[in-house]
Design a binder for this molecule. Structure first.
Ligand code: ADP
Length: 493
């Protein structure tokens, strides 16, 4: 029997899952770690907390599965993207805590980049819009603000890595210093067309090239973990950022295939094949996970508040006791009663990009109940995803025919049916909900020959439930009009 281990290093927790050849999860272990908020809008992770959780969950999952490290054919790593580590090449000691993707400390500098006219150049090279979210300005902040860091970096004493790189380096005792295309494409330093670190951007951000890891395909023999960690070395054969890993885990290998993850936020990714599609609608262009040195391109759009609107109903509005209750309540009314919730709590992302927009509820009458508002909030998640899909269809010229869904809120059958209705296309929920970990496992297992090709993986991909559209055209049209009007009322400009 062949087993593949996936390590999923996320923003709030680290998980390890062992999959067998059928793609079924055999065992799972999970550990949360501390979120550090040293100032408002700053978010950090302690590198040693991350490593403690990584070693902890791998050891634990082996015990739970009753396997030794020697029985693991390959390991794949998937990770929270953009989070930035800088450490000493000799001692391995980080120069400061990791700066997490959510951290806004470089927001002003990014505004300046835009007002200085760098946005187009950066987009043309990296596919990204200048934002504090991506790694480049976080590295610059470390070099500019940690005493002695810039001089040490210039002497070649410091290394930069996203989480994957830091984990690989530590688990191999410094023998592997590498990342994959998907993680590199989120740094805002990597030219996604020439597939190289970009000299001009490195000069713009004043980052020495010698700090940067080698960039490899996502499915690639990176090396082995040092045998001191788990008793025997484990071959690491896959690395991918979480969203691209989920796209791979959903078997969206062909141009036009799309997945959406319904977590705290929503992440919609469309594989556009060998074509890097330029967005005119506020999406970013990034690289897909694959096994060759010619990765496919992806259009990516995100919504800040997805499942988080359900948390808000539960924790702030006290309208529901659990997230699951939202489904029962939504079904207790025949329709939304004319109510729309626009959950623009932190502004609106793609395709509106209105940072000043705020949450709005429209269409309230004397007869409006909590159930209507809960229903409208669930429907809002589907409308937001629909707006992203529309932007993606316009940019790519490809029509969506099937949406692969995953993430915590895809467990909600009401939401999934409404999503299918409003998009007028199938929404397919997979049996193995852990698509991110599965994607990392597939990349590693394909590279190691556990699976023979993507066809075999497609056959593994069983659906738990397929939601088919069942809404009259006129109803859909009216609902979308209602949503558009509500968004207008939420907008600041
Ligand atoms: P993340 O990875 O971003 O932490 P998860 O994929 O674990 O998110 O999904 C958690 C989110 O899904 C939460 O925002 C929660 O409110 C929402 N959620 C979970 N179950 C349901 C449900 N049955 N109906 C609606 N939303 C749900």
């Amino acid at each position: 029997m062949s087993y593949v281990l996936a390590l999923d290093q996320g923003t709030t927790s680290t998980r390890a899952i062992i999959f067998d050849k059928s793609g079924a999860a055999v065992a799972c272990a999970q550990q949360e770690f501390k979120q550090l908020y040293p100032r408002p809008a700053w978010v950090e992770h302690a590198p040693n907390d991350i490593m403690g959780s990584v070693v902890g969950v791998i050891s634990e999952v082996l015990v739970r599965a009753g396997l030794t490290a020697a029985e693991i054919s390959a390991m794949g790593i998937t990770n929270q993207r953009e989070t930035t580590f800088v450490w000493d090449k000799k001692t391995g000691k980080p120069v400061c805590n990791a700066i997490v993707w959510q951290c806004r400390r470089t927001a002003d500098y990014c505004e300046k980049l835009k007002s200085d006219g760098f946005a187009e150049k950066i987009y043309n090279k990296t596919g990204l819009v200048p934002d504090a979210y991506f790694s480049a300005t976080k590295i610059k902040w470390i070099l500019d603000n940690i005493e002695g860091a810039r001089a040490r970096a210039e002497r070649g004493e410091l290394l930069f890595g996203t989480v994957d790189t830091f984990i690989l380096w530590r688990l191999s005792k410094g023998r592997i210093f590498a990342t994959d295309y998907t993680n590199a494409s989120r740094t805002m330093l990597f030219n996604i067309h020439s597939l190289e670190w970009d000299g001009e951007l490195l000069r713009l951000f004043d980052i020495p090239r010698c700090m940067l890891p080698e960039v490899k395909p996502s499915g690639y023999r990176y090396g082995e973990t040092d045998k001191s960690f788990f008793g025997s070395p484990i071959p690491v054969c896959g690395v991918a950022g979480d969203q691209q890993a989920a796209l791979f885990g959903q078997a969206c290998f062909a141009a036009g295939e799309v997945k959406n993850t319904y977590g705290t936020g929503c992440f919609l990714l469309m594989n556009t094949g060998r074509r890097a599609v330029k967005s005119r609608n506020g999406l970013v262009t990034t690289l897909a996970a694959g096994l060759t040195d010619k990765p496919d391109y992806v259009l990516e759009g995100s919504v800040f508040v997805g499942g988080a609107v359900v948390q808000w109903l539960r924790d702030e509005m006290k309208a529901i006791a659990t997230a699951e209750d939202s489904e029962r309540l939504a079904r207790s009314v025949a329709d939304n009663g004319g109510v729309y919730v626009v959950p623009a709590f932190t502004g609106l992302g793609a395709p509106y990009w209105d940072a000043e927009a705020r949450g709005t509820i429209t269409g309230i009458t004397r007869g409006t109940t909590t159930a209507h508002i809960v229903r409208a909030a669930l429907e809002a998640i589907a409308y937001e995803v629909c707006d992203l899909v529309t932007a993606m269809e316009k940019d790519s010229g490809m029509k969506l025919t099937r949406l692969a869904v995953d993430g915590g809120a895809c467990a909600n059958d009401f939401l999934m049916q409404f999503q299918s209705d409003i998009l007028n296309c199938e929404a397919v929920r997979p049996k193995v909900a852990e698509t991110t970990a599965l994607g990392a496992a597939y990349l590693a297992g394909l590279c190691k020959g556990v699976w023979n090709g993507t066809e075999e993986i497609k056959q593994n991909a069983a659906a738990d439930k397929i939601f088919t559209p069942n809404m009259p055209e006129l109803t859909r049209f009216k609902l979308l009009e209602g949503w558009k009007n509500a968004v207008l009322k939420a907008r600041a400009k």
